[in-house]
Design a protein around this ligand. Structure first.
Ligand SMILES: Nc1ncnc2c1ncn2[C@@H]1O[C@H](COP(=O)(O)OP(=O)(O)OP(=O)(O)O)[C@@H](O)[C@H]1O
Ligand SMILES: [Mg+2]
Length: 259
């Protein structure tokens, strides 16, 4: 029996009187590439914060790669094989790209590369990490910026380096929070192509938050999950979503983002 990479059952998260996530359930198979979309404030990032163990959930169950991850700490969830990125990309500005990859936040708390720097490793392991860093940069087709300072990068390049940093933990599942927000069209498309290749070639499952419905509908994703006001409004293939009037109305009603 093939177990889902991620199984979310009846997940609810309250902030005081505000129910930010309202009993959502979904599952994602290994190697599946799924988009998560919904209007501002509908609960997408909160869902990621719950899955990755950063927020204590109000109720529900989270299974990661066949294991019950409910109530686990972020670092424990990462050791199961699930890594995430953050909506606001944070890099060490005065370090080069390859150095940023060598000091990834090994625990999934807010990045604290100093702790990683202090953690000793054997020379052989350190050498292997350097080799891994260059192969990740090669995979993402950004070896030409390996020695640029992070402060010199464009927004899109920074997003790619952030994805590269997530890949350094050899994840089996990735949660990416708006990996192309603010990135110019052609580079945003290329980033999505790289993500598609990672799911197809390496079998890494992915759930990717994107705020632009028009953009995600044109990408090569297997499925799209649409959230609205803490709930799942619909899930289906891009074609199925396109045909759904509920989704169109939710978008037009909230933001008019659907074009
Ligand atoms: N730590 C928190 N404390 C209190 N309220 C929060 C907290 N985090 C999020 N919220 C609230 O929960 C709701 C969902 O927020 P969330 O950030 O998950 O939305 P989102 O779908 O990611 O939105 P965006 O598209 O703007 O990133 C919002 O009303 C937000 O204000
Ligand atoms: Mg968000």
């Amino acid at each position: 029996m093939i177990l889902p990479a991620l199984q979310i059952s009846d997940l609810t998260k309250d902030f005081g009187g505000l129910r930010a996530v309202d009993g959502i359930s979904f599952q994602i198979e290994e190697g599946e590439f799924v988009g998560l979309i919904g209007p501002n404030g509908c609960g997408k990032t909160t869902t990621f914060n719950c899955i990755s163990g950063m927020l204590a959930i109000t109720s529900g169950r989270i299974e990661v790669l066949g294991q019950d991850a409910t109530g686990m700490r972020p670092d424990q969830i990462q050791s199961l094989g699930l890594t995430r990125t953050f909506q606001h990309t944070w890099l060490w500005r005065e370090m080069t790209v390859v150095e940023n990859l060598l000091v990834p936040p090994r625990q999934q708390f807010s990045p604290n590369p100093l702790l990683a720097l202090l953690r000793p490793g054997s020379r052989k392991a350190e050498k292997q990490r350097v080799i891994d860093a260059y192969s990740v940069l090669d995979l993402l087709e950004v070896t030409h910026i390996s020695h640029n300072l992070a402060s010199e990068l464009s927004g899109g390049q920074s997003k790619l380096v952030d994805i590269g940093r997530a890949l350094m933990s050899s994840p089996r599942f990735l949660l990416l929070d708006e990996p192309v927000a603010g990135v110019a069209g052609p580079l945003a498309e290329r980033i999505f192509q790289s993500l598609r290749a990672l799911t197809s070639d390496k079998g890494i499952g992915m759930l990717v938050i994107e705020h632009n419905m028009d953009f995600i509908l044109r990408r090569d994703v297997d499925r799209i999950i649409v959230m609205d006001a803490g709930r799942i409004l619909m899930e289906g293939t891009p074609n199925e979503i396109k045909q759904s009037r509920d989704v169109i109305e939710a978008y037009l009603g909230n933001q008019g983002q659907m074009q």
